[in-house]
Structures are given as C-alpha cells and as structure tokens.
Design a protein around this ligand. Structure first.
Ligand SMILES: [Zn+2]
Length: 117
C-alpha cells in the first residue's frame, strides 16, 4: 500500500482557509477574486462536488504569496461581517412608504419620494 498523497501540501503556496463544504470554498474564492486576489481550491473533487468535505482535505490557496496577508485580512473582515455591515449602513428607509432601499438609490423606486437629507 502506497502512503496516501497529501493533496493539500504544496510547497510553493500557502493555504489560506479550510472550508467545510465545496460551496464554502467557492464563496471564499469568489469573494477574494472580487478583490483581485487569485486563489485556487484544491481537493474539491474528493467530495464529488457536493456535501461535506473530509476534514483537512480541501483548502483555499492564495496563488501569489504576496497577496496572502491581504487575503487573510479580507477573510477576517468577511467572517466578522464587516462587509455586510458596511453595505447595510448605506441602506435607507423611505419616509413615505417604508420601503428599504440600497445606498445607491437617491429616490424611492416604490413611490418616487426623494431620499431624506
Ligand atoms: Zn417610498
């Protein structure tokens, strides 16, 4: 019996994150990609594309070591919910109809009332 390959052991890259599921892995990958950080997801084929991953078998890797610290910081922000809070902080509520609107709207799309100053 040959020893099992350690699929996550790559000497040239740092593993950033060990996701619980494949969906999780791709969520993180997409998030970092939106910030210009290229990542690789390894080991996902072991789970057949769905469900829980064997512990430690799949990791998200930062392709360029120079981005690792930034990626790490972004990931921490992501999990603390900073991004979600920042987006939520820009929301406003229409005084006329009570509709909740995203920060980029200056008028209520529901009733046309202007955003209160
Ligand atoms: Zn309104």
């Amino acid at each position: 019996m040959p020893a099992p390959l350690n699929l996550c052991n790559h000497k040239d890259m740092k593993a950033l994150y060990s996701p619980r599921t494949v969906t999780d892995a791709h969520l993180i990958r997409g998030y970092l990609q939106s910030h210009g950080i290229e990542t690789l997801v390894r080991g996902e084929f072991l789970a057949g594309g769905i469900g829980e991953l064997p512990a430690g078998m799949c990791k998200v890797w930062v392709a360029d070591d120079a981005n690792f610290e930034r990626a790490d910081r972004l990931l921490r922000e992501f999990f603390r919910g900073d991004t979600a809070r920042r987006l939520a902080a820009n929301q406003w509520r229409c005084a006329a109809c009570g509709e909740t609107l995203e920060g980029q709207f200056t008028d209520c799309w529901q009733c046309g009332a202007a955003r209160p100053g």
